[in-house]
Unconditional design. Structure first.
Length: 56
């Protein structure tokens, strides 16, 4: 299992900035739904489980 680097910073209410080896992105939370600037959507199903899909 390879190691992965990811750093997250809170920017404000519902906004996060993410930095990883693939680059940087910003995400916005809307309740259980999170939309990211890199084209991903995640829905929190219940504690510890989520579903995600790449839109573009």
């Amino acid at each position: 299992m390879p190691f992965r680097f990811r750093r997250t910073r809170r920017l404000g209410r519902g906004f996060d900035a993410h930095l990883s080896e693939r680059g940087a992105s910003v995400s916005k939370r809307f309740g259980r739904l999170t939309v990211s600037s890199n084209g991903r959507v995640h829905v929190r199903l219940f504690k510890g489980f989520s579903w995600g899909k790449k839109l573009w």
